[in-house]
Design a protein around this ligand. Structure first.
Ligand SMILES: O=C(O)CCC(=O)C(=O)O
Length: 289
């Protein structure tokens, strides 16, 4: 019975070995070419389409001739828009763990209580509770390893603002209970007097994870809480949890240079662990060191 079902090509049929090899090769090639044609005919969707677009772009566009201050290759720095009010972007894995650890080790011995720019009527004494972290300034040329130089270059690309507009890095360490009440990075001339230049953007590179607390907060994000008698110590609004190596960029002014009220921000108190952050303030004028 079994032999009938298989007809001439039964188990006991003898097929010459070379014919088997040739047949197998033909089947293999047919499968290979067939799958190539089929995958070209089927429209691609989702992530596969994105991947194809990217490689097409790279192949088709190529780099073009560039100016003296330009670069010979494409750059790609992934980011997430956290908010348009204020304009705030988040850059995952902006720096490596090793780079973060190097920066913390570099400045550790120079840390001192953080200071504040004082407004009329303010003194060191009556503002001492506003910003309780330790910190220090360090410029890229003080770091012989080239790490800060590399980070500064990357910040310039991410912000599209030349390095010459950046202040030195302000590296901060917050221990348990330490915080920075909400404030603006931009100096309102009505409160601070006339300014030669203004801080327009801030980049916060988180050098450590924090077990609990220590978020960077924007209480006025999307205009929430404005005009409600907000208490500047309160930890509310959009909160960004520090993650080692990630960077947060936000702008303190609108495109026309006026102050963006929604850029009010601060650091929630650290509840567990330690928070380290390297802040880069970027100005509307070149900085002369
Ligand atoms: O530590 C933070 O998350 C905020 C720091 C900050 O506001 C500043 O350095 O201006």
């Amino acid at each position: 019975m079994r032999t009938r079902a298989r007809g001439k090509w039964g188990l006991h049929t003898k097929v010459p070995v070379p014919a088997v090899v040739i047949l197998c090769t033909l089947f293999f090639l047919a499968g290979l070419f067939g799958s190539m044609f089929v995958s070209q005919d089927i429209p691609e969707e989702g992530p596969r389409l994105k991947l194809r677009e990217l490689s097409d772009e790279e192949r088709d566009l190529g780099t073009i001739s560039y100016g003296e201050t330009g670069e010979s290759s494409f750059s790609s720095i992934p980011f997430q828009v956290l908010s348009w009010k204020p304009r705030a972007l988040y850059f995952p894995n902006f720096a490596t763990k090793e780079q973060c650890e190097h920066i913390m080790a570099l400045v550790k011995k120079n840390l001192a209580p953080s200071s504040l720019a004082l407004r009329k009527g303010e003194t060191v004494e009556n503002t001492k509770d506003i910003r309780t972290s330790s910190g220090t300034f360090v410029s890229a040329n003080e770091d012989k390893s080239g790490t800060l130089d590399f980070i500064e270059e990357k910040i310039a690309k991410a912000t599209m603002i030349p390095r010459s507009h950046g202040e030195a890095f302000n590296v901060l360490r917050y221990e348990i209970g330490q915080k920075y009440n909400c404030h603006y990075d931009v100096f309102n001339p009505e409160e601070y007097g006339p300014q030669k230049s203004q801080r327009v953007a801030s980049v916060l590179l988180y050098l450590s994870n924090v077990e609990e607390g220590g978020e960077t907060m924007f209480p006025f994000e999307n205009s929430q809480n404005i005009g409600t008698g907000y208490d500047y110590k309160k930890c509310i609004g959009l909160k960004v949890k520090p993650r080692q190596g990630d960077a947060l960029l936000f702008y303190s002014t609108f495109i026309n240079g006026t102050i963006d009220t929604t850029s009010l921000h601060g650091s929630c108190p650290v509840i567990k662990g330690q928070k380290w952050v390297a802040t880069k303030w970027i100005r509307d004028q070149e900085q002369v060191d």
